[in-house]
Design a protein around this ligand. Structure first.
Ligand code: FNR
Length: 185
């Protein structure tokens, strides 16, 4: 079988370093893993009044997540938490009450920042939400990445210095998905 992994980038920025690291990591995935983007920039702001009549973009997000074998989050840290756009997507996917699209799907979390904490605090906040959703969360190695300008080359490949670490992360995440994947669709 092919494992289908929903990729969610917490940054909406065109030149996002989180996007660059996500793309470089995806290149290190096993052949039977296929990653697809779930966009969060086109979602309306979550409003509980809309639960009975969700927007098309919200229904698409929920279907994408529910059909995935895993979710791959790569996010910056904004003001010591996750970006609002990502929290908005998490809230949308969790509703209406009783129809949480995230629950049970294995998750991996990576984050890159230009600050020395490497998104550690944002990732802890995100893990707290994912645990509440009852998502199995890949634990080790943690990937609190402090961005270096030469980390990903123009060819989209990790610099030699960091490649082993990222290959180890992807190998571990893939094994975790194989062990925990459930077919919810
Ligand atoms: C930041 N940045 C940041 N960095 C960090 O390490 N901890 C933080 O709390 C914050 N807070 C923060 C708030 C806001 C509103 C912005 C715009 C930025 C800096 C952040 O790491 C940097 O902008 C990254 O380049 C963002 O990732 P992308 O968009 O390049 O993927």
């Amino acid at each position: 079988m092919t494992y289908r992994i929903a990729t969610i980038i917490g940054s909406l920025r065109k030149d996002s370093i989180n996007r660059r690291v996500a793309d470089a990591l995806i290149r290190l995935a096993p052949e039977d893993f296929e990653f697809f983007d779930v966009s969060i920039g086109d979602l309306p702001l979550y409003n509980q009044d809309d639960d009975a009549n969700q927007a098309d973009t919200v229904r698409r997000l929920k279907a994408d997540v529910a059909s995935a074998d895993g979710v791959f989050f790569v996010t910056p840290e904004y003001n010591r938490s996750v970006p609002g756009a990502l929290k908005n997507a998490l809230d949308h996917g969790s509703r209406p009450y009783g129809d949480n699209s995230w629950s049970g799907i294995p998750a991996g979390v990576v984050g890159v920042s230009i600050g020395g904490t490497g998104t550690a605090i944002a990732q802890q906040h995100l893990r707290s939400v994912l645990a509440f959703f009852d998502m199995p969360i890949f634990g080790q190695p943690e990937a609190f990445i402090h961005w270096q300008d030469d980390m990903v080359g123009n060819d989209g490949v990790f610099h030699d210095r960091s490649r082993d670490f990222f290959q180890g992360w992807m190998n571990g995440f893939a094994a975790f998905v194989r062990k925990n994947a459930v077919n919810k669709a």
